[in-house]
Design a protein around this ligand. Sequence first.
Ligand SMILES: [Fe+2]
Ligand SMILES: [Fe+2]
Length: 198
Amino acid sequence: MLKAIYERIWDLARPYLNTRKNDTHTEIAAGLAQQLLAQEGGDEDVVMPAIILHDTGWKKVPEDVQLKAFGPKATSSEWNRVHEVEGARIAGDILRKVDYPDDKILEIQEIIKGHDSRKEALSINDGIVKDADKLWRYSQNASQINVIRFGVTADENVQWLRRNLETWFLTKSGKQMAKEALEERIQELKEITDFISA
Ligand SMILES: [Fe+2]
Ligand SMILES: [Fe+2]
């Protein structure tokens, strides 16, 4: 059950999340963050607002350049920085609106500002947000979306996830959850291949 304050943050974030399938991405990533919090510890009052708000900055990136800014075929990664910096700014505005504590706002903004570009974790809270964000890529929802938007085969998508499993994850539970989800994606792929060739 989400705390009432998180619901208010969600409501204020929603108008920024209706692009790039970020609404579903964020909902799934928030669920994954809760699982990671239960296993890894961390401060829920930092992690939950950070994951809810982390991608609000995409709203400031024109939709025609978004696809060049992220994913396996990214060519304009400077736009990726824009979504981090704008996201931190939007998060600050939203959190001040709900009278969130100042020290938590600062930590949340720091996490959002580097959620993609900074490869190491500043804290357990930062590590959980990064892992929850990337764990989404291993979900069935992400696989379906990414095959279409990146123009890759389901098999290529699975290879991409497998290749990055060792470097993307910063917490033990995150890596373990990614491994398990990858096994599920491989199994699904096998079932489809078996069905087609039967
Ligand atoms: Fe992001
Ligand atoms: Fe994200």
